[in-house]
Design a protein around this ligand. Structure first.
Ligand SMILES: [Zn+2]
Length: 343
C-alpha cells in the first residue's frame, strides 16, 4: 500500500469538500488522547497499545458520527456504515519509533497524512467485513483497492465541476466568506441555525475566470462559511480569489489564526506568530534553543516556516503572520552565518 496511492488524501478531500471535516476529526481524536494521557502518571506511562485501549470508547463515537454520515464517499453499496470493534482494531493516534538507544522508544502523534491512511483502513475493514458476510471472501487488500478506486473516481467527478465559466454561472453575489477552523465552533452552529452544504462561485483575482468552492450556508441568517484548510487548498491550487474573508467572531480560539501547519514539527515545538502570544524575542529564543539542543536543524526549521509562507501568502488575513515569518527566516539565516556549526 503505497502512500502515494491512497485516494483519501488532502487534494481529494478538498475537492470533495471534506478536508475541514476530516481535519476536525483528527484534532478531536488528538484531544481525546491528550486528555487521557494527562490523567496518567507521566513517570510511568503505559505502552501505547494500552493508551489506545483507554481511548477507544471516546474515539468510537467521533469516528462513528463521521463514517455514518459520509458513507457515500467510500462506497456506493451501502447507505450507512457503522463503526465496530473489528474496524477499529489496531487503530492508533500514536506513532512509536526507536531512538538511538534501542531501549528508548519515542512516542509521538501521527501526522494528518498518516491519519488519513489509518482512517481509510478502518473504513476498509468495516466494508470488507460487511461484504464478506454475503459475498465470496475477498482479501482486505482487494477491498482496499476497490474503495481507493471508488474515492478516486468520485473525486474526479467533483474535480470536473470546479472550473466555472461566467457564462453558465454568475459569481455568488455576496463575496463575504466566514472562515472557520472548526465547524462545530461556528456561531450559527452554536445558535442551532439550519446550515446546509453549498457551493460558492469564486472569481479569480486575476480576472481569468471562476471556480467553485464547497462551503456551508446558514439558511437562517444567510452567512456563508468556508473551512480555512479548504480555502487554503483552493487558493494554492487554482489561484487567489476575490473575497472578503471574515473571521467568525466565536471561532476566536487562540490557535486558530494564524499558525503553521498543525503537523509541522516547529508547531509541535510551540513556535507561533499568533498576535499577543509570543513576542519576536521569545520566538527567536525558542528557535535558537531548538538549534542548540539539536531538536531541529536549520533546514527543518526553515522548511516549516517556508511552507507556511507558501501556503498562506495569498491570504489577506495572514499578511502580518507572513511578515513575521519572513523576518524570523531572515534572522535565522544571519544567525547561521555566524554559527555555522548548526548548519
Ligand atoms: Zn446563522
Amino acid at each position: 500500500m503505497s502512500k502515494l496511492l491512497c485516494a483519501f488524501n488532502e487534494s481529494n478531500l478538498a475537492v470533495m469538500g471534506l478536508y475541514d471535516a476530516v481535519y476536525d476529526m483528527y484534532i478531536e481524536l488528538k484531544h481525546i488522547y491528550n486528555s487521557t494521557i494527562k490523567q496518567l502518571d507521566t513517570t510511568k506511562l503505559p505502552f501505547p497499545e494500552k493508551v489506545d485501549d483507554m481511548c477507544r470508547n471516546q474515539v468510537r463515537p467521533v469516528m462513528e458520527s463521521f463514517i455514518s454520515s459520509h458513507t457515500s464517499f467510500f462506497s456506493s453499496d451501502y447507505v450507512k456504515l457503522h463503526i465496530n470493534a473489528y474496524g477499529l482494531k489496531g487503530f492508533s493516534m500514536l506513532d512509536t519509533k526507536h531512538g538511538a538507544n534501542p531501549l528508548q522508544v519515542i512516542v509521538s502523534y501521527i501526522t494528518f497524512r498518516s491519519f488519513l491512511d489509518k482512517f481509510l483502513m478502518v473504513v476498509v475493514r468495516i466494508i470488507a467485513q460487511r461484504r464478506n458476510r454475503q459475498a465470496p471472501y475477498k482479501a482486505i487488500n482487494i477491498v482496499f483497492e476497490e474503495v481507493n478506486q471508488y474515492i478516486d473516481s468520485l473525486a474526479a467527478q467533483y474535480r470536473k465541476r470546479i472550473p466555472m465559466s461566467s457564462v453558465n454561472q454568475a459569481p455568488s453575489e455576496n463575496n463575504h466568506l466566514f472562515v472557520y477552523s472548526q465547524f462545530s465552533q461556528i456561531s450559527c452552529n452554536q445558535k442551532k441555525h439550519h446550515i446546509v452544504p453549498d457551493v460558492f462561485c469564486a472569481e479569480k483575482c486575476d480576472g481569468s475566470g471562476f471556480y467553485s468552492i464547497p462551503i456551508h450556508c446558514c439558511e437562517t441568517c444567510g452567512r456563508k462559511f468556508v473551512g480555512k484548510y479548504t480555502l487554503d487548498y483552493y487558493q494554492k491550487e487554482f489561484g487567489p480569489i476575490c473575497i472578503v474573508a471574515q473571521k467568525d467572531s466565536t471561532t476566536d480560539s487562540p490557535n486558530a489564526f494564524p499558525c503553521l501547519n498543525q503537523e509541522s514539527e516547529l508547531h509541535a515545538q510551540g513556535y507561533n506568530v499568533v498576535e499577543g502570544q509570543m513576542s519576536e524575542e521569545e520566538r527567536r529564543c525558542l528557535l535558537i534553543s531548538l538549534l542548540q539542543s539539536r531538536k531541529m536543524t536549520y533546514f527543518e526549521i526553515s522548511r516549516d516556516i517556508k511552507n507556511a509562507i507558501h501556503m498562506q501568502q495569498h491570504l489577506p488575513l495572514r499578511t502580518s503572520a507572513v511578515a513575521k515569518w519572513k523576518r524570523d527566516l531572515e534572522f535565522l539565516s544571519k544567525y547561521i552565518e555566524s554559527h555555522s556549526e548548526f548548519k
